[in-house]
Design a binder for this molecule. Structure first.
Ligand code: FMN
Length: 139
């Protein structure tokens, strides 16, 4: 079954641009093999990621991702069946939300279609409309 799966998390430490590039390359490699597509947003502190693909593969990947020390407080937000992919061209698009031009990319993507839930969530995240509970960060 094809699903879209979305989670949010908090970066353990701020990631530099080069570290984000390394992360994106890791994502691309495995996701291409597993036919997983999606989008990863980073606002300097939090991640939100949309993963699309066969549910079994997504859940297996999510177990890997959850254990990654680069982030914590990893919380699944939605796991919805979908008819077709919204990010079929992206083995893993990366958007950093503090750059205006890239933020526009989300807006443009969203404008073209009839706004699937994943776009709504990405858009809200990019505009800091989603509160991610950092209470657990107190350590
Ligand atoms: C925020 C975040 C998102 C990630 N997304 C993916 C992803 O979509 N696909 C993937 O293969 N790895 C992703 N990873 C990385 C995995 O946790 C893991 O490090 C990566 O698959 C490398 O595995 P390898 O050591 O077997 O190469 C993500 C990690 C983080 C911190």
């Amino acid at each position: 079954m094809l699903v879209e799966f979305i989670y949010t998390s908090t970066a353990t430490a701020p990631l530099q641009w080069t570290e984000l590039e390394v992360l994106r390359h890791e994502c691309e490699r495995r996701n291409q093999l597993e036919k997983i597509t999606g989008m990863l947003l980073y606002d300097g502190k939090h991640f939100m990621q949309v993963l699309e693909g066969e549910e079994k593969k997504i859940l297996a990947l999510f177990n890997w991702i959850k254990a990654d020390p680069r982030h914590k407080n990893v919380e699944a937000v939605i796991n919805n069946p979908i008819d077709k992919r919204n990010f079929s061209d992206w083995s893993m698009g990366l958007i950093t939300c503090d750059e205006k031009t890239q933020l526009q990319t989300v807006t443009e993507l969203r404008g073209k279609r009839k706004k699937p839930l994943s776009y709504e969530l990405l858009y809200a995240f990019a505009h800091h409309e989603i509160e991610i509970d950092d209470m657990l960060d107190a350590d």
